[in-house]
Design a protein. Sequence first.
Lengths: 224, 224
Amino acid sequence: MAKSTSSSGTGSRRARPAKPALSLAVIVAAGLELLRQDGIAGLSLRKVAQALDTGAASLYVYLDNFEALHAHMLDHALGEVAIPTDGDWRQKLCGLLRNYLLVLHATPGLGQLAMMTMATGPNALRLLEAQLGLLLEGGLDERRAAWAVDALPLYISAIAAEQDLRRQQTDPLAGITQTLAAAPPEHYPHSHRLQAEMLAGDGEARLSWALDMLINGLIHTPRP
Amino acid sequence: MAKSTSSSGTGSRRARPAKPALSLAVIVAAGLELLRQDGIAGLSLRKVAQALDTGAASLYVYLDNFEALHAHMLDHALGEVAIPTDGDWRQKLCGLLRNYLLVLHATPGLGQLAMMTMATGPNALRLLEAQLGLLLEGGLDERRAAWAVDALPLYISAIAAEQDLRRQQTDPLAGITQTLAAAPPEHYPHSHRLQAEMLAGDGEARLSWALDMLINGLIHTPRP
DNA sequence: GTTCTTTACGAACACTGTTCGTTTGCTTTA
DNA sequence: TAAAGCAAACGAACAGTGTTCGTAAAGAAC
């Protein structure tokens, strides 16, 4: 996909990768690589610059903000989301959303980044158009599809962000589990009884159920 | 609820509020006040300490982390979410979720904070129990209710976080609107045609529709 | 009165995003 | 060829951030 280092064809004439000429694409790639390694907490302009063997100030030729880096990184990642072509509309829509979550899930912190950044790049637009097409293909009226296309990816992003949150804390058991265990069963009977059930199921099963739930809700809820 | 300032009974003997004796409750209150004024970007340990007329290091007696402050602030805010008592189960559940969004919406940045923090305080548990009770009252089986109680507040939090994001950027028009306007209509026909429709409706109407959609989906989607 | 523990605080450390002034290297002119 | 212009790159500095450490003060327990 991405161009390999230009100097690697004829053999590198330096020990270091010959300083890849600093462009927006290279900056974004370095940012995503850094995110992949250190997560959202380890992502910083200075470290991106350091990975590119330059100073932080040099990046401001290509970026207005740190937030702009976020936006470019997100949209670049969104370019990896495949749009299904086989099956009926529902299978294709579920597949698209599943691929979206897959991409967010592939690099740690990307889900959180998606919730911190307005997705407004060309790839976001591409996914928007595809989702609208699939919803209309499914027979939904335009007004419903227009609102659904906001709700669906928002929910998927929230799932990814939540799982990122769970991943980045040292002890995933320390969360709600301790609270539930310490809660007096006579005051919180449902929470106590369903404790195990709430944590049951792997990510795949829960996602499939959630997607079904969303689309079923969509079908059964006309717009006011 | 919280103890009032102990020195206020006999009258303050200093010009300044007599240094309110530094407790977790006071720190959390100051943090929420700071959030209310400056949003999530303006929230910092040092500013909270400054508002309490002390240094940042002093807060570490009551807090392990900056993240711990987040958690306590979130749970304190969650204490303001009212649990409806009138109407059938569906009205009560919708009311609860609406109140939840209302609270997140009331102070800027709280929605983002809710997506950055695991809600694991006593008030989160209280809301969890209430939601479980209402779902079971509605006739949902326990396995479905157990998963729904994770999905529902997550989606509401995502809505709040998204609106916080929209609020904190100077120009709310600058988002997807520009991208849509610049997109060639022949390549993105649906996006172009439904441009206005996607932004239509106020927050109330969209929330009501979203809640209906979620609950309808819940009803029509059995667990695997 | 003397210990011991909790609470408070100042100074310092290692970071962060961002800005400013300057230097470099290439391209376009004269 | 030489001069001028210009965008890109860079180093230093600024105003912040969370967190840690050593050290005081203030009570409580003996």
